[in-house]
Design a protein around this ligand. Structure first.
Ligand SMILES: *Cc1c(COP(=O)(O)O)cnc(C)c1O
Length: 355
């Protein structure tokens, strides 16, 4: 697995140009979508990024020592009871989603005897995290009585930004604009990768892309404006030629219809190549498509190499899974999933090389 950090930085710069004058935060949850949070954050720091989001407190505590003091690190899911002391002392900033989280963080500030920063998240229509519309009056009152808390942003998350024509986007934007009025002059943080492409109204003061930084397509309906960052190749463990009528793999789900040459590859579903690719999808060798035959196993899978010359590929040859011939989106489509799930699932057995 190769991670092109130069391409990553160019993607950051593209997004910064698009978002200007808003700042760009990097979402580095789930180990930066499987690319390696420490390496990704280090590289984006060089590009000038000073805002980072993870999902869980544990991720933040692991990443914080790798960030300079002037970088802000936010926890999207907020804190579970008991995580406040460690997060306060590590200068980690929770996204507060409920009154209980708000009260606990304020109590922590009192114990510490200093102001603690926080982000307030509002549910504008996704029904996942954040204060409900009916709670906003109480939240305003609580904040007015909480000089211990410094509210950096009000935030929300778009549910349908990858489908820009859906009415849900405009409805969420209208709700976010109401929140912004009610909590003025606190700036807002709203757009993910797809939201970035929806225009300035959605940008606020800070945008929060994840997948676009990593080269994923923010919206399926427009050509991907981002540069690929990840490529993945896997090695050939064995090749063989079998006669017509041979059963291939678990349950013999593939039966050859003629003399077939195939290669067994050194990766399977334990490495994040979904079992749903069984009998579907392909890998590439020197630009040639090699269909996956039969079931994907835990540690291996077989592909048809009948169309290749006899001497290639051999033991240890690398075939392309993600690269110039196959985008993450194309692989995900064959697996019946989305690029996010493929990227975040790529296993720890792949050696990550950083360029
Ligand atoms: C994961 C996540 C993001 C990043 O989303 P992308 O679609 O990868 O840009 C932004 N905000 C929140 C709240 C998230 O959970």
């Amino acid at each position: 697995m190769t991670v092109d950090l130069t391409a990553l930085r160019r993607n950051f710069e593209r997004i910064a140009a698009l978002a200007n004058p808003a700042s760009v935060a990097a979402v580095v949850k789930a180990d930066a979508y499987g690319l390696g949070a420490i390496q990704v954050a280090g590289s984006l720091l060089d590009a000038g990024c000073r805002h980072f989001f993870v999902a869980q407190a544990e991720e933040a505590i692991a990443l914080r020592p790798h960030l300079p003091n002037d970088a802000q690190l936010f926890v999207l899911n907020g804190l579970l009871p008991g995580a406040e002391p460690a997060c306060a002392s590590a200068h980690i900033i929770p996204v507060i989603n409920s009154l209980c989280q708000l009260q606990r963080w304020r109590a922590r500030a009192r114990v510490e005897g200093r102001r603690l920063p926080a982000v307030l998240q509002f549910d504008t229509g996704m029904s996942r995290l954040g204060f409900a519309p009916a709670e906003r009056a109480v939240v305003r009152m609580e904040i007015a009585q909480s000089p211990e808390l410094e509210i950096l942003y009000v935030m929300s998350h778009l549910a349908s930004a990858d489908e820009p024509t859906k009415g849900q986007n405009a409805a969420q934007l209208a709700e976010m604009q109401m929140v912004t009025k009610e909590f003025a002059p606190v700036p807002f943080c709203f757009a993910n990768s797809a939201g970035l492409l929806m225009g300035k109204d959605y940008h606020g003061a800070l945008v929060r892309p994840g997948i676009a930084l990593y080269g994923g397509a923010p919206q399926a309906c427009v050509a991907n404006p981002m540069e690929p960052v990840v490529s993945l190749s896997i090695a050939v463990a064995q090749t063989r030629t079998v006669p017509c009528g041979t059963l291939v793999g678990y349950s013999g789900t593939h039966v050859t219809t003629g003399s077939t040459r195939f290669a067994t590859l050194c990766a399977g579903y334990a490495d994040g190549l979904p079992r749903s690719l069984s009998g579907r999808g392909a890998v590439y060798y020197r630009g040639q498509r090699l269909p996956i035959l039969g079931r994907v196993s835990m540690d291996s899978m077989t592909v048809d190499i009948s169309g290749l010359p006899d001497d290639a590929p051999g033991l240890g040859s690398l075939v392309e899974v993600i690269g110039p011939h196959q985008t993450i989106e194309a692989l995900a489509a064959d697996a019946g999933t989305i690029a996010y799930e493929i990227l975040t699932g790529l296993g720890c057995r792949f050696r990550r090389e950083y360029r």
